[in-house]
Design a binder for this molecule. Structure first.
Ligand SMILES: [Ca+2]
Ligand SMILES: [Ca+2]
Length: 512
């Protein structure tokens, strides 16, 4: 009988676990891709130039690959807006875009909109209307107020009464923002704008890598009230200076709190799905057939295209190697950061043991009579407060850090050599124009300084924590100097790339 009881209890427990796991799954936000509020390549625009479910105007031009909202010509404006208002409350939008120009400074910028009504296609606020009702997220390239804080990303909610303060780059009207350079990046830059339960979160991907996961938080603001049933839009404008403003992807996902996702018509959807699957298979079959026919008719066409892809120029190769090197460096830095965190944890534990022991030694001199036993779990002190195994642990940590730093130094040396090669190659080319380190470098430097300060703070914390022992000071000093070397070399890499890019673009761009 006892066995039966145990068995029944076990079955009940398993059921409870299953119910619990269902509850946990039920609390997850349901996401649904909204194709009627999205566009992406290939076939972004149809043959007649229209973009399905969207309307564009002004100087905007849509191709199969992107929407060029404003070209690199002076005083141009353009915008693209969804045709119909959205029918969900919470959403996440990924905008993949490129802002490129041959100048070190560009203008004016690009705007993401979520507004009650559609804005204009040639308005005064980054190509669309002023006095909007809803959200404007601006990628402001040009520094109107001369505070050396552009390119800047900023969010502004308007109730339809405020005129945008262009002269001060938004000034006090801006809700939140962050200083990020989004011009002339090797890969497309991306912004992820999430609006869920009145919390607006903006993340930015700086386009240095092509890695999907490299988003960084720009800002997060609570209690943001936006109108329901609004329209999405993107717009851009140029001024006296002009960049190309291209949007490659606009991907909208609706977010549904648990239990609120509309589940009506489930049967109909499954029928629809079956039908769509059949259509898709049919389409695939036809496509394969067409491909086969094409290959038979043009036996040489594919070969030529392939052979083009086989080769890359010296500069392309150098650049690719630099990016690989940088990615490796980034990985090593990340590992180093993880190890530092571990070390901080270990040092804190060690310090707490040491301080406990010290108080154990001090106690007999104070209130507790001499000869009181050491509390259980504590190893008796050796006199100077630090014991051999603790010292060994610290020593091992130090060795780990040194190894990581050596790895970084090696990859840095490698990178340095490659950068010099690229710079030399550029200098040899007659069309290359070496420009002085200018405005965009300044913003790059300030971005890097933020990052470095963060790392330095971490290191300073570690050095403070292990500062009790004189044996560890050397490590902290070495880490700092190594980090300084990293920062200098990183700057060199960025400078090298900047020079390369400027000369490349001056060759490539024939108009303007
Ligand atoms: Ca501005
Ligand atoms: Ca400014």
């Amino acid at each position: 009988m006892e066995r039966l009881d145990v068995y029944i209890n076990f079955v009940i427990l398993v059921y409870l676990l299953v119910i619990l796991s269902n509850c946990i799954n039920g609390t997850l936000v349901h996401k649904k891709f909204e194709y009627k509020y999205s566009f992406k390549p290939p076939y972004l625009a149809q043959k007649d130039g229209s973009v399905p479910f969207w309307e564009y105007g002004g100087n905007a031009i849509a191709s199969s690959e992107n929407v060029r909202l404003a070209p690199s010509l002076r005083s141009h404006k353009g915008a693209i807006w969804t045709k119909s208002p959205i029918n969900f409350d919470w959403w996440e939008v990924d905008v993949v875009f490129r802002i490129t120009g041959r100048g070190r400074i560009g203008a004016d910028g690009l705007a993401f909109w979520y507004t009650q009504n559609k804005g204009a296609y040639d308005g005064v606020v980054y190509g669309s209307s002023d006095k909007w009702v809803g959200l404007g997220l601006f990628f402001d390239s040009f520094d109107n107020d001369n505070k050396h804080n552009n390119p800047y990303i900023m969010g502004m909610v308007n109730d339809g009464t405020k005129l945008f303060d262009h002269q001060n780059d938004g000034g006090s009207q801006v809700m939140a923002g962050c200083l990020r350079d989004f011009r002339n990046k090797p890969f497309p830059t991306r912004a992820r704008i999430e609006y869920y339960q009145n919390v607006l979160t903006v993340s930015f991907h700086n386009g240095i890598t092509n890695n999907e996961g490299d988003y960084e938080l720009c800002f997060r603001t609570e209690n943001v009230i936006l109108p329901k049933g609004g329209y999405f839009g993107v717009s851009a404008a140029t001024g006296g200076l002009a960049d190309d403003h291209d949007v490659l992807h606009f991907l909208t996902t609706s977010l549904w709190p648990p239990g609120q996702h509309p589940t009506t018509g489930a049967q109909a959807t499954s029928d629809e799905q079956q039908k769509l699957t059949q259509e898709y298979q049919e389409y695939q079959r036809k496509l394969e057939q067409q491909k086969e026919d094409y290959r038979k008719e043009h036996p040489d066409a594919k070969k030529d295209k392939d052979t083009d892809d086989w080769f890359e120029s010296d500069n392309q190769r150098e650049l690719r190697q630099i990016f690989q090197g940088q990615s490796q460096m980034y990985e090593v830095m990340r590992n180093l950061n993880r190890k530092l965190d571990e070390i901080i944890g270990r040092q804190e534990r060690t310090l707490s043991v040491v301080s406990m022991m010290q108080s154990g030694v001090a106690v007999p001199q104070g209130q507790v009579p001499p000869g009181a036993p050491v509390p259980p779990g504590q190893v008796p002190a050796m006199g100077d407060g630090i014991k051999k195994y603790e010292f060994d642990a610290m020593y091992n940590n130090v060795v780990q850090v040194m190894t990581s730093i050596n790895q970084i130094t090696q990859s840095l040396g490698d990178l340095h050599r490659r950068t010099e090669t690229v710079i030399n190659n550029q200098a040899k080319q007659p069309t290359a124009q070496v420009q002085s380190v200018g405005y965009d470098m300044q913003s790059l430097v300030s971005e890097m300084r933020d990052g470095l300060n963060h790392v330095k703070q971490n290191v300073a914390q570690v050095s403070q924590k292990i500062g009790g022992s004189s044996t560890t000071c050397n490590t902290s000093c070495v880490s700092l100097s190594a980090l300084l070397v990293i920062s200098v070399v990183h700057l060199l890499v960025l400078l090298g790339y900047s020079l390369y890019r400027d000369s490349k673009e001056s060759q490539a761009k024939k108009f303007y």
